[in-house]
Design a protein. Sequence first.
Length: 340
Amino acid sequence: MKKWGIAALFVILLAALVIYIDWRGRSYEIEEEDKLVVVSPHPIEFVIPLIQEFENETGISVDLRSCGTSAAIDSIVNDDDVDIMWGGSLLSVGPYLDDFYSYVTPNKNEYMDAFKNEGSTVTCFSNVPSVLMVNNDLIGDTQITGYADLLNPALKGKIAFGDPGSSSSSFEHLVNMLYAMGEGEPDAGWDYVRKFISQLDGKLLDSSSLVYQGVANGKYAVGLTFEEAAVTMLKSDKHVSIVYMKEGVVSTPDGIYIGKDSKRIENAIKFADFMTSKDAQQYMASDLGRRSVRNDVENSSLVVPGYKINNLPVDRKKVISEKDKWIKEFDRILKEGENG
């Protein structure tokens, strides 16, 4: 009987060990399932508050990888461990839309009409106008109302601009210049771009963040950036002002893009739904300075109402098809200037 008792105890202990190991394995699986890998070109100070709200509400942990738009696109397209690309305008990301998972959020019912007809592989997140940001302490008596004023000889070497090949906000400005200064015909805008590049005096920045930070910190008198970045600097008590180009402003939605090969599709869908919900969009608009894509959300008092801006339409299909060509032409002109 004693031997039987010992054998029974051994079996019980062995069963308990198996159950424990199985539980530990399942626990690890749950941990893996309750996370999301997000790559984003958005400013860190913009995304962190929204990510914290998402994590608190859903219990899903976000692994955020911050980088420029080009690097973010490369990650979402080629790394099957990345679930979402959060950010990047449709003009920049447009050529890659077939690489994303098809999903239509129910929040789309509350979108403004301008954002309802995008394809199912993009979830429109916010509306992003291109703007000029001016350092009020450095600009002096130089008047800045639009692109034409950037050709003032007094501003040579004092203009912050990012590489349009790596920064979506800089590519947006290149598109904006071509259409605005070409009076609706982008091919006619290259004469202005050539003069503008000369004004940079060889200073082309590596990222969009260096543009608005450089202006806010007094390294440059004026920078070509996006509205929310300028609003953030304004709210941080930096001595800056925002200029909406009188020649016309291109305003393009950016998106949330789910990787086609995502391992955590359900979590990615929850992320897209959360970030386009009324509460998240209202917080984004009122506290973070980004324009909502929803009808039922009011924008910040720090941004100019849309009807007061000279909104400039562009042929999005043309821009997407010409993107690589335009970036190469910009680089050619830049190198031409460097070589004298």
